[in-house]
Design a protein around this ligand. Structure first.
Ligand code: MSP
Length: 529
């Protein structure tokens, strides 16, 4: 059977300010999924990147005394550094100022014009002179600029429109298909009720009021405005329309991960554009919820954003990745708070996982410094724990297919909980006292070590560094030089009994040091909102 391919994307982010924990959320989720699929043997392409055009970027650059290009070049360095800090491993990084992308967007716009999918008209809006921005009446219900609060004037601007209305029926069919391409399904209903049922209007896709963008080839006073430029990144990054090797290999996308606020563009304009270009539609668009602060939405302009760099610096990248994907069911909105973060680190990471490893390694080193003996006396409770590990793996696989990250982690932590319970029930510290009980003790510790080995693999799409630390303390190599067993492979988590007794077990540093909640909250207050 041919190897499955898997193409996953994040939105391309506006580099108008430093990216915050909300952007990191989408990117870390996509990374976890990409890593999971790689572990399952798929041929993965994970794309992220930057949406670099538009008036806002132009103005921000001007304020910084830079050309827009110099400004976005500097931001690209920062953004790539952030993804590196978060252990995000992408395969492609698109920038909409890339020469190939610009030429591709021009070719797309030309084709749309040639086949009468775009036409010239005029856009009526409310104009804010100081901000040089257009607003629709629904965006500015009080007739004042949503950005600066200043007065707005009704104005007309010449622009090109994309005939979105032409694709109304085909889009409706797409939404009605049995396996909905928009997830969660509630978001598909929103699109049907709010946009498809009332009827789609054509959309303005060019502007003349600024010039930092892709120029329309047949009317260079116009620049392509936001969505055709931005959405087409998902195909131009694969070489469309003229270098089709990657495109043929990976398109259509298996999933576009996005925040819910851009669902309309991704689920209506994007498929219509692809229909116009006669290209296949992505298999799935997943709109996740927002990470909110107690006071509401994080926003660059309000300046109340949570900086992932500070958090990673304080607690380590694995703790932050774990928290982002564990705390809130993927799809729903959730509140980010320092307290919730610290509590999760203490309870799930330091206590549940960290203690399980340190107790296991400590008992192994103490009683069996030469490695676990061959003579072991098993018990049905050992078998039960192993069976639960089998089931846990099945559950994780089921949840991952649905991008249910928090449920995957919940399932893994339930097994960690069962391992801790197993320690309470088997009471190895009592077995250690009498030599006669050592064969039983050896079986208990073997069961724990083998379960930890399997758990280390299961957490590896989410936490990048911890699995190696777990293996290191238990004397497990990444790859066994003799048998060739790959202990990092997903399939090794499906097998029981791969742990090999050895004398390299050591009680290392705590995986996640416990945090003094009160002290830390105080310190964080000064660093974060
Ligand atoms: N450039 C457009 C996207 C074009 S995609 C073809 C854009 N950029 S953005 O910089 O504003 O990033 C928006 C995305 O960042 C959201 O869709 C979401 O993925 C992520 N998030 C930004 N803030 C967020 C939260 N507070 N919570 C969760 N995700 C958030 O829109």
């Amino acid at each position: 059977m041919a190897q499955d391919k898997y193409y996953i994307t994040t939105p391309i982010y506006y580099p108008s300010g430093q990216l915050h924990i909300g952007h990191s959320y989408t990117t870390v989720a996509a990374d976890a999924m990409a890593r999971y699929k790689r572990l399952r043997g798929a041929d993965v392409f994970f794309l992220t990147g930057m949406d670099e055009h538009g008036q806002k970027i132009q103005r921000t650059a001007e304020k910084a005394g830079m050309t827009p290009q110099a400004f976005v070049d500097a931001m690209a360095v920062d953004i790539k550094a952030l993804w590196e800090l978060l252990d995000v491993r992408y395969d492609g990084f698109i920038r909409t100022t890339d020469a190939h992308h610009v030429a591709a967007v021009q070719a797309i716009v030309q084709r749309l014009k040639d086949q009468d999918d775009i036409y010239k008209g005029s856009y009526e809006g409310l104009y804010c002179t100081p901000c040089e921005a257009f607003w629709t009446p629904s965006q500015a219900p009080e007739g004042r600029c949503p950005d600066c609060g200043g007065p707005l004037e009704p104005t007309e601007e010449s622009c090109y429109f994309f005939r979105l209305s032409r694709y109304q029926d085909r889009l409706m069919d797409l939404f009605m298909r049995e396996d909905p391409f928009v997830r969660p399904v509630s978001r598909a209903h929103e699109m049907i009720n709010n946009f498809l049922k009332p009827g789609l209007d054509d959309v303005a896709v060019t502007r003349t009021s600024f010039n930092w963008g892709v120029h329309v080839p047949f009317d260079p006073d116009h620049v392509v405005y936001v969505w055709i430029d931005a959405l087409s990144n998902y195909i131009t990054a694969l070489g469309y329309p003229d270098q089709l090797t990657l495109f043929d290999r990976y398109w259509p996308a298996d999933v576009h991960l996005i925040g819910k606020e851009i669902m309309r563009f991704h689920s209506l304009i994007w498929p219509a554009l692809l229909m116009a270009l006669d290209l296949p539609i992505p298999k799935r668009i997943f709109g996740h919820g927002w990470l909110l602060l107690k006071e509401g939405k994080m926003s660059k302009s309000k300046g109340n954003v949570v900086d992932p760099v500070i958090l990673v610096d304080k607690y380590g990248v694995d703790a932050i990745r774990y928290f982002l994907l564990r705390e809130v069911p993927f799809g729903a909105d959730g509140v980010f708070s320092n307290q919730a973060l610290i509590e999760r680190i203490n309870s799930d990471l330091a206590n549940d996982l960290g203690n399980l490893l340190s107790r296991t390694a400590a008992m192994m080193v103490k009683t069996f410094p030469q490695g676990l003996p061959e003579e072991r006396i098993g018990d049905p409770v050992d078998e039960e724990l192993d069976e639960e590990a089998d089931r846990t793996l099945d559950e994780v696989e089921g949840h991952m297919e649905q991008l249910e990250f928090s449920l995957s982690l919940e399932a893994i932590w339930a097994q960690i909980g069962r391992c801790n319970k197993y320690i309470d029930v088997t009471m190895p510290w009592i077995l250690a006292r009498e030599e006669a009980d050592h064969p039983r003790l050896a079986a208990v510790l073997y069961t724990l070590a083998d379960n930890l080995r399997r758990l280390a693999v299961m957490i590896s799409p989410f936490m990048i560094r911890t699995p190696a630390l777990i293996r290191d303390q238990l004397g497990i190599p990444d790859k066994d030089p003799v048998s060739g067993t790959d202990y990092t492979a997903w399939e090794s988590a499906r097998q029981r009994g791969l742990y090999r007794a050895n004398d390299q077990v050591r009680k290392g540093q705590a995986l996640f040091p416990r945090i003094d909640v009160e002290k830390e909250l105080e310190a964080l207050e000064t660093l974060l909102p």
